[in-house]
Design a protein around this ligand. Sequence first.
Ligand code: HSE
Length: 423
Amino acid sequence: MKKVGVAILGMGVVGGGTAQILIERKKQIEEEYGVEVEVVACLDKDTSKGARYGLDASYFAADIDEICANNNVDIVVECMGGTEPAKTFLTKALAAGKSIVTSNKEMFSKSWPELEKVAAKTGAGLYYEATTGGGMPIIRMMTQAMQANTILEIKAIINGTTNYILSKMAQEGADYAEVLKDAQALGYAEANPVADVEGYDSSYKLSILSSLAFNKRLPVELIEREGITKITKEDISIAKDMGFVIKLLAIAKQRDGKIEARVNPVFLSKDHPLANVNDSFNAVFLVGDNVGDIMLYGRGAGALPTGSAIVSDIVFCARQDKHARYGEMNNVMTSKDIDEDYPSEYYIRLDVHDVAGVIADVAAVFKKYKVSISQMRQDDRKEIIPIVFVTHEVKKKAMMQAIEEISRLSNVIGVRNVIKVER
Ligand code: HSE
């Protein structure tokens, strides 16, 4: 039977989950897939971290060079996180002819072309299922099962922390700051939540998915990004009343030879399949020209879900005679490929003085920029009243100009939020 030696870099939550699954499933993997997979080395400052998986200090290498020089190591699994030294370690491993499996979305989305270049030279494999969607096998689905399709659209909930926060805000009628504090206390959100709540994490993952979908690398910098920190309980309650939920979506659409790529909170119609993806769950919704709609749903993080994706990559990698190469890495999108002025419907919430003509003033600006209204609602308060509009589709630049002009109207106290609408 083919023997495959694995080295795990980083024995934290994900590295530990991977070791646990590999040990528990060893026999089943041998019987079902005909490969004997064994952890033969680890790398972590704390050499006691492998004890519970039967990996005593003798398994722990002194440094990455020792792992690269170890002839028993065929696959290097990176579960360290952070861009460095992860990138340097994986570059060394690939140069030594070791295939790599990584769960590191930030490092991989930024360094994929450089890693691919080194891998192509030595013929080593590059596997990254666990970078996106945790336990959901979305990468394998896109690379192995969509041959008959041009992917037209991706809509995804690929950050569990923000989905958890938005779900709790909706369930409890609570404000963002309150829920974030609870989520941090429970360990669902990081002490420094910026990467999650400002949409960076989703944009790394969207870059990976879009590059595969459109056969051309989409650099992270070209993705429009907006987080969830401005969402209030008022917005969530209005959304509910109007038949929407608020979700942080990662969206990429192919239209007229250009790509619309963005991460932002949206008013999502409650009838959309993604609207029922709650708590820390992830889901990816794809539209292929032949297959139509597909959706994958699952746990986007955690030791065993992420370990599940990593082990799937290890077994897949172990059974390949020749590894897939990623031609799209030589073909990179520039700002010319991006549709920055895409059409969208919008939700707009204003506070205005309750005086005659204020609606007419706002409507005049909408008329000037050809913004057509599909829904309007006015709440009853005293002198200051909140007014909400939902528009028909309008190009982004025209909408932003209209908003800017509305914010300067004398009877408009403030534009409280502007959120895109998806159906
Ligand atoms: N911070 C990520 C999330 C973890 O909240 O989904 C998985 O990448």
